[in-house]
Design a protein around this ligand. Structure first.
Ligand SMILES: [Zn+2]
Length: 77
């Protein structure tokens, strides 16, 4: 109960995630909208964007901003 409240207020603090799933096409889940790849938390079932380049799960808005900045900094190919 307390853990659920902490989850709601601070977001997912778990560390066990499913293998990253890469989604192609337009029917992406919300979590994959950012990177095209997402993982699901094995403890609470929430889905998070996953950054293959950094090999890490993006769980906070600060990390999202960092990801977007890193992508924007790359030259277009
Ligand atoms: Zn979780």
């Amino acid at each position: 109960m307390v853990a659920k409240l902490i989850d709601l207020v601070f977001g997912c603090k778990h560390s066990r995630y499913s293998f990253p799933v890469t989604v192609r096409g337009s029917r992406r889940p919300q979590a994959a909208a950012l990177t095209g790849t997402y993982v699901a938390c094995l403890d609470c079932g929430r889905e998070f964007p996953y950054d293959w380049q950094q090999m890490k799960v993006i769980t906070s808005s600060a990390e999202k901003r960092a990801y977007v900045a890193a992508v924007a900094a790359k030259p277009a190919t």
